[in-house]
Ligand binder design. Structure first.
Ligand code: UN1
Length: 551
């Protein structure tokens, strides 16, 4: 080599800066050449194909160009993850935790830039993007010290001179597929505990947030992550993500963790099930929020409004069915609609006081409009909302030039009943379906009647009602006098029924999803002792006492 730097080393993720492409971006922001990161190296797709990422608040603003990964690319990433596994699994857990802590510290250092990038790529308000980045930081800080625990147990044996132990062991190669609505928080919810437990990952970035994912993966490497432990592949539609799922059938994946739609989650669950591969599935929600007469109505209106329209309704925890007790229905609706009509919508990069921005991408906008049509076809009464916001069709609070991005009106449907499709179906976007309840029992029954069971909430100042709701609702998460959204990074996150397969993200509970229990026994007696059979038996002795004489 005569001292020349081998070409491969020059493409290492840490050895090249960002590459800027020619762009006509109206806001003067750069367009980046994005790469897959496989075994620490920046790679293009094997056939050279690419796709672009656009700012949904300003579609002409192109953030970058990314590899449209092929099956070969996904397989190269899986091979890298498989190769890196044994040495990563053998790295002491506190050291793995230290690297995770470094990730959190780097994220703190770059928080403003990452926040702005998230807003530019998916249109969430700056405040909300900062929240999502903070959730990723919180996850790193939590799991940094979990690396110093990752406890197993010492268990007493039933035989003498024998010791029993339990150890948490990593599963192997994890396929990570997340939606784009929490593009910093959710992949960290998955990959941070995965690598803390000693697993390696192939991360398929969401098609609408490839630049943010690329930046995060680079930060992870800067933090000291060894090559091949997290491998990033970009892709679109049923491309790279499907190749990753197909690889389960080929025996190349030991775990899939997926956040997205229930339909895709069921497909992944089937593939994993037939291969006995563990799957974590965080799926849709039609989250109910019940308002009872004893509630502080102002507080309830605020919580319901935020749950329905914050993030433009694009959280899996967003409010679906708003269930209002008939005695406070009129009063609640008057206050609620006053807020809805005053909603400020726009690009938070350029306007202050925005409640929500554009849809996450054009694809989400298209799907949302199908959901609105479904509400109409269900027979619900539409009292607010006129579809896509345009310069000729915009609510009073819209800021800016609507033709630049993909913005939606807030939508409100009333007279919704349990027999309607819109009562049961999740609609990802700014819409709420409103149901009237006769009493608490009816309200709880309505809250339990959807096929989902992710988040739920009740506003009441009656402690017994709150208790009965908490114990009677079938959901993974419940807010009492709070909105349906806003789970914290150290509580178990996940759902029941159509919302998932019972696995949890976050906190200590997620560790179950990325490790298996290994039971070890150490026979010190120098002989074969048979469990159950060679155990000393203690006879129950015949007692002289006549207990019946005591009564
Ligand atoms: C999601 O929409 O997939 O509880 C995650 C919340 C957020 C996370 C939502 N902390 O709403």
């Amino acid at each position: 080599m005569n001292g020349a730097i081998p070409e491969k080393a020059m493409t290492h993720v840490l050895e090249v800066g960002l590459e800027y492409l020619e762009s006509n971006n109206p806001n003067g922001l750069p367009k980046i050449k994005g790469y897959n990161i496989i075994n620490g190296e920046l790679t293009e797709s094997s056939d050279g194909a690419t796709f672009e990422s656009s700012n949904p608040a300003w579609l002409e603003d192109k953030l970058g160009q990314f590899p449209l990964s092929t099956k070969d690319d996904v397989h190269a990433a899986l091979t890298a993850a498989r190769t890196a596994f044994s040495s990563w699994a053998a790295t002491p857990a506190p050291t793995r935790g230290q690297i995770i802590g470094n990730m959190g510290r780097l994220l703190m250092e770059h928080k403003d830039a990452i926040t702005a990038l998230e807003t530019r790529e998916i249109g969430k308000t700056l405040k909300e993007s900062a929240g999502s980045v903070q959730e990723a930081i919180d996850t790193c800080l939590f799991f940094q010290s979990e690396g110093r625990r990752l406890y197993g147990q010492t268990v007493n044996s039933e035989l003498p001179d024998k010791e029993l132990f339990t150890y948490r062991r990593p599963l192997g190669v994890c396929g990570i597929i997340n939606a784009c609505n929490f593009p910093a928080a959710v992949p960290f919810w998955k990959m941070i505990p995965a690598i803390m437990c000693g697993n390696t990952c192939v991360w398929k970035s969401p098609q609408d947030a490839p630049l943010l994912s690329f930046a995060l993966a680079r930060i992870m490497h800067e933090a000291g992550l060894p090559d091949g432990v997290i491998n990033l592949v970009h892709g679109k539609g049923s491309g790279a993500g499907q190749h990753l799922v197909d690889a389960v059938d080929e025996g190349l994946v030991n775990k899939i963790s997926f956040t997205g739609s229930t339909a895709v989650g069921k497909m992944i669950g089937e593939v994993c099930g037939r291969n006995l591969v563990s799957a974590s599935l965080e799926l849709g929600g039609k989250n109910p929020l019940v308002v009872m007469p004893s509630a502080n109505l102002e507080n309830a209106v605020e919580g319901a409004y935020w749950a329905a329209f914050g993030t433009a309704g694009q959280r899996c925890t967003s409010l679906g069915n708003l269930i209002i007790h008939k005695d406070v229905y009129e009063q609640f609706m008057e206050m609620f609609m006053a807020k809805v009509e005053a909603t400020v919508i726009g690009d938070s990069m350029r306007n202050d006081g925005v409640l929500y921005g554009p849809m996450l991408s054009e694809k989400y906008a298209k799907d949302f409009l199908v959901g609105v049509e479904m509400c109409k076809a269900s027979g619900a009464t539409q009292i607010y909302g006129k579809g896509t916001i345009t310069n000729d069709n915009k609510p009073a609070g819209f800021q800016g030039d609507a033709s630049e991005g993909v913005y939606m009106w807030p939508h409100v449907f009333v007279d919704v009943t349990q027999d309607m499709e819109c009562f049961h179906e999740e609609i990802f976007g700014p819409v709420v379906t409103i149901v009237k309840a006769d009493d608490f029992v009816h309200g709880l029954a309505l809250a339990n009647a959807s096929p989902y069971g992710l988040s739920s909430a009740i506003y009441t100042n009656d402690r017994l009602e709150a208790y009965r709701y908490k114990t009677g609702i079938k959901a993974g998460m419940t807010g009492i006098n709070n909105s349906t959204t806003g789970a914290e990074a150290h509580l178990p996150f996940g759902g029941v029924k159509g919302s998932g397969n019972g696995t949890r993200e976050s906190g200590i509970w997620v560790i179950e999803a990325y490790s298996y229990w290994h039971a070890v026994n150490d026979e010190l007696s120098g002989k074969l002792q048979l469990a159950q059979m060679d155990v000393e038996e203690i006879e129950i002795e015949e007692a002289e006492v006549d207990y019946s004489s005591l009564a």
